[in-house]
Write a protein that binds this ligand. Structure first.
Ligand SMILES: Cc1cc2nc3c(=O)[nH]c(=O)nc-3n(C[C@H](O)[C@H](O)[C@H](O)COP(=O)(O)O)c2cc1C
Length: 410
């Protein structure tokens, strides 16, 4: 189906994405309570990245989208610590407040969801069933292989959130391997249990981040799951990719991860592109990029200043160290040379970051195709590790022991 076959209107609305003819199921709107995003776009949760300062950069020119906080573990929410509390920080004007919670034990996850809802901390909870790091213990992306356990986990979260009117969504991968696909069954279970939308990272766990995301799986999931929006995720580097993903798969919206690393203005491109149907790619000159970079670093330093635990660890330096990875992403595509990149990647103090930024040529332009340069994780494929005899017990309800899992990412 061609994009021109979709009826476009001035503002994004459901009708805009409804296919005029054809067999693609009708597109469904994304909603969180009374909030309808300006375009069907969600920031993918990224551990160690999508905290409040990063989201503030993304929201600057595209405030009305759904930006999901970095993942927190259910056990850490229930037992509480300073670091987890800092990780659950939202901007004062940030709505909706979307939090991803990771948990594989129904009881623990239910308690965590109850806690954040009851404290009035969130407007939306996203569940992570795509994390490849803890399959060895039966957690994360291993859970969808156990449909009964998955159902119990989802049910616990939805039931805990329901009294507060907080919608629960779920994000997962295609399966463990190609020969153990679980995406459609996971989607059906989530829909059945009252999840508000589902998002598919179109790779298996084995693939990790390698190769291209397999968008055909997103189309298959959309065909299979009725009644709730199906979002596609994987390899949206420019806004035109989002248009293409929606056009080719019929999905109801997109979840965008690595493409916005060092390019938070991607979200403004996405709103413009999806509301007009005309693809735009903003590639600022280096001076503008550096301004955003420094603002971002300063916001991170400020966040750490409010954190009592980090304060004991010299907050400014801690924040600047945490920020180092972002410098490489912001400079991606600008021909500043390896020595400059190396100095940014070793930066110790916010003052040094400012002065190093001041030394660069603000008029410098990015090389052609810079926006598409892959960033963030690209590793894989990787062998999938599971607990002993896991595949022989897929029907049981045994949850992994949460306290054994220190997790980072999906
Ligand atoms: C640094 C990093 C951290 C991530 N952390 C999480 C996470 O905590 N939860 C999650 O569901 N996915 C996580 N992911 C996966 C992304 O949300 C997303 O599914 C994946 O990057 C594919 O989308 P993309 O091609 O747009 O990046 C992470 C990815 C990266 C690169």
């Amino acid at each position: 189906m061609l994009w021109s076959e979709y009826s476009l209107c001035q503002e994004w609305s459901l009708s805009k994405f409804v296919p005029v003819a054809g067999t693609v199921p009708a597109m469904l709107p994304l909603r969180i309570g009374s909030f309808t995003p300006a375009a069907p776009v969600v920031l993918a949760p990224m551990a160690g990245v999508t905290n409040a300062p990063f989201r503030a950069m993304c929201r600057a020119d595209a405030p009305d989208l759904v930006y999901v906080n970095e993942m927190v573990m259910a056990t850490a929410v229930v037992y509480g610590n300073d670091k987890t509390r800092r990780m659950m920080t939202f901007g004062p004007d940030e709505r909706p407040r979307s939090l991803q919670i990771y948990g594989s034990d129904p009881d623990m996850l239910g308690r965590a969801v109850h806690r954040v809802c009851d404290a009035g901390l969130v407007d939306h909870v996203d569940l992570n069933f795509g994390c490849p790091a803890v399959t060895r213990r039966g957690g994360g992306a291993a859970v969808p292989a156990k449909p009964r356990l998955l159902r119990a986990v989802v049910r616990a979260a939805v039931q805990a959130a329901a009294p507060y009117g907080v919608p629960v969504t779920a994000k997962f991968r295609m399966g463990l391997w190609d020969h153990l696909r679980t995406d459609v069954e996971t989607g059906l279970i989530c829909a059945d249990e009252g999840v508000a939308w589902i998002a598919l990272h179109a790779r298996t766990v084995e693939q990790h981040y390698s190769g291209e995301a397999r968008w055909d799986a997103i189309g298959e999931l959309k065909q299979a799951v009725d009644g709730i929006p199906v979002l596609g995720n994987g390899d949206i580097w420019e806004a035109s990719d989002a248009l293409e993903m929606m056009r080719t798969t019929g999905c109801d919206g997109v979840v965008v991860g690595r493409g916005c690393l060092g390019r938070p203005w991607l979200f403004a491109d996405l709103v413009q592109t999806l509301t007009t149907g005309v693809p735009v790619t903003t590639v600022p000159r280096l001076g503008e990029v550096l301004e955003v970079m420094v603002d971002h670093a300063e916001a991170l330093v400020e966040l750490h200043h409010t954190d009592r635990e980090a304060l004991r660890l010299a907050p400014a330096e801690h924040a600047v160290h945490e920020f180092r990875k972002h410098t490489g992403w912001y400079l991606t595509g600008y021909p500043v040379g390896p020595e400059v990149r190396r100095r940014f990647a070793m930066v110790e103090r916010i003052e040094d970051l400012r002065s190093m930024a001041g030394d660069l040529d603000p008029q410098m332009e990015a090389v052609p195709g810079a926006a598409r340069t892959k960033r963030g994780h690209t590793n894989g494929p990787r062998p999938v590790h599971l607990p002993d005899r896991y595949l022989e017990t897929l029907d049981d309800l045994v949850a992994p022991r949460e306290e054994l899992m220190a997790v980072s990412g999906g």
